[in-house]
Ligand binder design. Sequence first.
Ligand code: F6R
Length: 250
Amino acid sequence: MTGNLRQTKWVIHSDRKILDEAAADILIDVLNKVQNPVIGFATGSSPLGVYQSLVKRSLASPALLERWSHVHGFNLDEYVGLSEQHEQSYHAYMWNHLYQFLPVKPENIHVPNGNGDLISNCLAYDEALAEHGWPDVQILGIGKNGHIGFNEPAQTLSLHTHVTDLTENTRSANARFFTNEQEVPTQAITMGIADILQARQIILLAFGEEKREALIRSFSGSVSTLCPASFLQMHANVTVLTDKEVPELK
Ligand code: F6R
């Protein structure tokens, strides 16, 4: 094991269901232990099974279900220019896949606002995160290019919530959710790298062969802005859940 790996916890299993349940276990532990839990949510394909598990297990346990009324949810990012009602907005994603099934309080649900005065929206989002004390646990997916949130590979990275241009790599990866690639927004609002690293605990979901290379680049070597997920090596409590063996990291 390398020094980096000693710090990062790895859960590797070929069965996605087992990984989904393992991620849900971590989240449920936080839900049960923290009085007013702050949870950082991601969207996209990776967390879908985790959200299904959370809903199923919460509906099966009145005590766990009740815990959701104390949750403050903060999403990592949102497209610029889509209305909240747009079916591909991350607002809509969260209600469709998670919140509609749970007794969350709408006033406790935070997703960056990708419309109106974007600079003020970014500042307001960071203020709300700080006011609530930052996430007790942050769920992350990873882009094939190593992005986390929409912090895309670049010469420099922003620390806090900001407006970002989406790379062609990311737009074409996300085109599967839209009718065609032209419809994918060109910009997003995303929490910054320092915001993400403020979470007390981080769960990184990396499923499929297409994420293996990004995982290797993120955890095998030096920290680089050209692979934003490599900054996770600096965090003391990251659990990576992946269905691919990564012998390169041993
Ligand atoms: C989504 C997000 C992105 C995704 C990443 C992986 O809120 O912040 O970083 O986690 O693009 O997306 P999927 O899971 O669709 O492969």
